[in-house]
Design a protein around this ligand. Sequence first.
Ligand SMILES: O=C(O)CCC(=O)C(=O)O
Ligand SMILES: [Fe+2]
Length: 280
Amino acid sequence: MGTNQASQKPAISPPTIRERTGSIAIADIISVLKGEITALHIKEAFSTEIAEEITANFVGSPGLRQRKDGVPGQYVGASHYRKDAATYFAEAETARPYVDALFGDLLDPVRALFDALKRELQKQGIELRLARSEHGQANVCRALSWCGSGTFSLDPHDDVAQVLCAGEGYEISAVAHNTVAALNFYPSMAEKGGNLRLWYHKPTVSDRKSQGVETTGYPYSAAYLQDIPCREFQLKPGDIALIDGGFVHGVTGQLGNQKRRLVLNSFFGFARRDLVLWWT
Ligand SMILES: O=C(O)CCC(=O)C(=O)O
Ligand SMILES: [Fe+2]
């Protein structure tokens, strides 16, 4: 008998989803970190003024680059995806002034969240810090504008494979055994589309192997996902989405050419009981 197709059907994990308007609560962030909440969508979480300033600074940034790693997009900052630690941390150091400049003279809302979470975790005897190596330290966020064409502007993927397979010199690999929380701030959205779609499925290592995405978690095919229920978050500038990055997710295609979709993204999770690492 050949491979039993039935046994390879992807398992469905019903998510716990919270949506609300206003400020993000530290307790909810910790619930995502602990795997109690799958996705948290906060509408109008930061001001339009900050959103517009970040977007203008991104568009005019001298640090704006085109991704060349097979994921279509433009960015400011550094991504650890498919990079060894020496390359990633060196890039993070080089990009830091450009990432900082995205916020101009305004308060950086991502750093404000990082600082608030750090204070709360400290009270619980848990350290929160940026991932680091002898080559440098991660930045608090990276800015990305996805430009894939077709059904998705960012293809369906999970954020765990790249952490699990991060390789030599990284301290983040340990986080892959816990929840990899993916934090997204949205300063700008396209007129239509650009929704964050979350499938109710958390791939295992063998699921990834079967799909040929063991080390990247990217991209999952339409055929693989076709029978899995999903949910879409319709985002507006000023929204935050915080998800368990182990669930398959992607960004739907965008329509309209007046506005570009922009996300500030970071990852964090428990490396040890008393240590939460943060990186991009
Ligand atoms: O842009 C988004 O909404 C999601 C970004 C994302 O999934 C990622 O950077 O891994
Ligand atoms: Fe992701």
